[in-house]
Design a protein around this ligand. Structure first.
Ligand code: HEC
Ligand code: HEC
Ligand code: HEC
Ligand code: HEC
Ligand code: HEC
Length: 184
């Protein structure tokens, strides 16, 4: 380390980094979080068995900052006719007819002071990871962070989703790691 010309400011910044790395190490680990949902929606049945593309329901990630969880009218594209005799689909249809949104419990929820944007990540992994480029198939891209959602009946947090996890991947891929990247 070049400390000869270190100004007070550099020292302060270094201290801030050491403190933040220590804090970063104790940010909440989220891996394995798997809340119960109001309707037992299975990614395995939809994205896996029936090969419905992720972006059919999650329109956000490729274009914008946030992905979105689909509204009931997207479900009704199929469930006006598919499996209408089953209990969960009766519940879904009733909610749709009454105009009541399904209250999906958020699985991922970063604190407001952390800035995340799907778009640059999705673009990067579409271009840079072998085998992920098949048109219309996003699974491989999403799996970098969300794991194989299409193989699971219930979504859960597949990685730590804390600062250490973000920064490690940024280091490995030469993405920016200055504080303002994620705290603005
Ligand atoms: C038929 C619609 C549909 C398809 C296709 C689909 N999803 Fe979902 N997804 C949902 C619904 C509904 C939820 C909210 C309920 C839940 O968490 O299980 C959800 C939740 C999620 C969540 C958690 C969101 C949160 O609250 O943090 C992730 C991550 C996710 N999906 C990723 C994917 C990926 C990756 C694919 C493709 C492999 C995919 N989904 C395909 C409907 C879909
Ligand atoms: C592109 C068509 C399609 C869309 C869109 C779709 N589903 Fe499905 N869904 C299916 C198919 C096919 C099955 C399997 C039916 C079977 O087992 O015979 C299914 C099964 C289900 C089941 C299991 C029913 C049971 O008990 O066997 C639930 C619950 C369900 N879907 C909920 C949803 C919800 C909620 C959404 C919207 C977020 C949604 N689906 C969107 C096609 C779709
Ligand atoms: C670089 C890692 C990464 C990749 C790649 C990624 N996600 Fe995410 N995803 C996240 C993070 C981080 C959050 C939590 C964002 C928050 O809470 O503000 C999230 C949240 C979500 C959510 C919940 C809604 C939201 O935006 O908060 C859905 C749905 C989702 N992702 C779907 C997808 C799908 C579908 C893909 C592939 C097209 C994908 N993600 C690719 C990291 C990623
Ligand atoms: C699996 C690897 C990976 C993970 C995990 C990841 N990132 Fe990234 N991130 C990247 C890559 C690669 C880029 C650079 C993309 C490019 O070159 O356009 C990037 C770019 C970004 C950018 C845009 C930077 C800019 O100004 O161009 C932000 C903001 C960001 N990440 C925030 C986060 C946050 C917050 C998390 C954790 C919640 C996170 N990332 C987790 C790989 C990752
Ligand atoms: C690649 C993204 C990324 C970069 C770069 C980054 N952070 Fe973070 N930081 C996060 C995320 C995400 C969280 C939220 C972690 C959580 O809640 O588990 C966080 C949380 C924090 C916290 C709060 C700790 C807590 O207990 O919630 C502090 C303080 C912090 N960061 C400081 C910094 C400083 C200082 C830098 C620069 C040296 C920095 N961060 C760089 C993503 C990043």
């Amino acid at each position: 380390m070049h400390c000869r010309h270190a100004s007070n400011l550099t020292v302060l910044v270094s201290v801030a980094i050491v403190v933040s790395l220590a804090l970063g190490a104790c940010t909440r680990p989220r891996e394995g979080y798997q809340p119960e949902q109001p309707i037992p929606f299975s990614h395995y049945k939809h994205a896996g068995q029936n090969e419905i593309a992720c972006q059919y329901c999650h329109v956000g990630p490729a274009m914008g900052r946030h992905s979105t969880v689909p509204s009931t009218n997207i479900c009704m594209n199929c469930h006006r006719v598919v499996a209408i005799d089953r209990e969960p689909i009766k519940k879904l249809t009733e909610a749709y007819d009454n105009g009541t949104p399904i209250k999906w419990v958020k699985v991922h929820d970063l604190p407001d002071h952390a800035y995340f944007d799907h778009q640059p990540h999705v673009a990067f992994f579409q271009q840079n990871v072998e085998g992920n480029t098949a048109p219309g198939k996003m699974q491989g891209v999403c799996a970098n962070c969300h794991g194989n959602v299409d193989e699971a009946a219930v979504v859960k947090t597949e990685n730590q989703f804390n600062m250490g996890w973000c920064v490690n991947c940024h280091r490995e891929n030469n993405a920016p790691i200055d504080c303002q990247t994620c705290h603005r």
